[in-house]
Design a protein around this ligand. Structure first.
Ligand code: NAD
Length: 291
């Protein structure tokens, strides 16, 4: 079984981005907005900020209390939109319950939408137009391309239909000429549906959901899920995906958790930030986005 490790692929993306950055007369600037102290969000935001700085970008995290009003958040986004020095804006989800995340996304200038989640960018992706693309699915595509997993004409089953992962991944798989099935919580006969897949993607958030009987022998399995199932003796979170460990005996290739899709998500965020900066600041020949 081939392990589809993320870190070496993320590293090739960073090397490509470094070469692009060296040519630019400016330093792209990423702003991440976080509300409250949800431990997973704190960890993700820290990772994004660290990687951005390591790559040589300007990065700032704006932290607000969980009680920040929707109006105040929208006002802050409007300020970031209007600031010519800011290239990328990301509001870390999940947001507190009183915040309407869709309204937040609609408020972000699509040219600065480095998470690729605004209706403009999501719609452009589905239309086959150039867009800032959602980071996790873009990371899955880059990972599969790196390991030379063929997609054209293949049966791809994606379990999970969120705006963050499942839906944009379906659009990207279609663009790659796969035959796509989007399965979800109401899908009947999930076992049979999954067994059709040449490439099976799990993006649900349920440990052990994908069992060996759901995987056709020799299929490629991508595990997007990240689930905290406890802490080790050092107090660190124990993370597992959506795919049961026994699937490794059936699949021909599998992404590990951690160390699979996760590192690719951050790499694609920084790719989007560099690209958004080039585009908005009028670099005359924006190089094609690193895919
Ligand atoms: P979500 O909760 O928004 O969506 C989950 C989806 O799973 C829904 O579409 C739902 O219909 C489907 N679902 C729920 N129960 C199901 C079942 N029993 N059978 C089939 N489908 C079912 O979640 P999300 O934001 O898309 O995230 C999914 C997982 O991916 C989570 O574990 C999340 O932590 C992880 N994630 C990882 C990365 C990464 O970088 N690796 C990035 C984003 C999300």
């Amino acid at each position: 079984m081939l392990e589809l490790a993320g870190p070496p692929v993320a590293e090739t993306v960073y090397q490509e981005l470094k070469a692009q950055l060296a040519q630019l007369p400016f330093v792209p600037h990423l702003r991440v907005v976080r509300l409250g102290e949800d431990p997973a969000s704190v960890a993700y935001v820290r990772l994004k900020d660290r990687q951005a700085r390591k790559l040589g970008l300007l990065s700032q995290v704006d932290v607000f209390p969980e009680t920040l009003s929707q109006e105040a958040l929208l006002h802050h986004i409007a300020q970031l939109n209007a600031d010519p020095g800011v290239d990328g804006i990301l509001v870390q989800s999940p947001v507190p319950q009183h915040i309407d995340f869709n309204a937040v996304l609609e408020a972000i200038d699509p040219r600065k939408d480095v998470d690729g989640l605004t209706p403009t960018n999501a719609g452009r992706l589905w239309m086959g137009l150039e867009a800032l693309e959602s980071c996790t699915p873009a990371g899955v595509m880059r990972l599969l391309a790196h390991y030379q997993i063929p997609l054209a004409g293949k049966e791809v089953v994606i379990v999970g239909r969120s705006n963050l992962v499942g839906k944009p991944l379906a659009a990207m798989m279609l663009r790659a000429h796969a035959t796509v099935t989007l399965a979800h919580s109401r899908t009947q006969n999930l076992v049979e549906v999954c067994r059709r897949a040449d490439i099976l993607v799990a993006a649900v958030g349920k440990p052990g959901l994908i069992t060996p009987e759901m995987v056709r022998p020799g299929a490629v399995v991508v595990d997007v899920g990240i689930n905290r199932v406890g802490q080790n003796e050092k107090g660190r979170d124990i993370l597992v995906g959506d795919v049961a460990p026994e699937v490794a005996q059936v699949a021909s290739a599998l992404t590990p958790v951690p160390g699979g899709v996760g590192p690719m998500t951050v790499a694609m965020l920084l790719r989007n930030t560099v690209w958004a900066a080039m585009r908005r600041r009028g670099v005359t020949q924006p190089q094609p986005m690193v895919r």
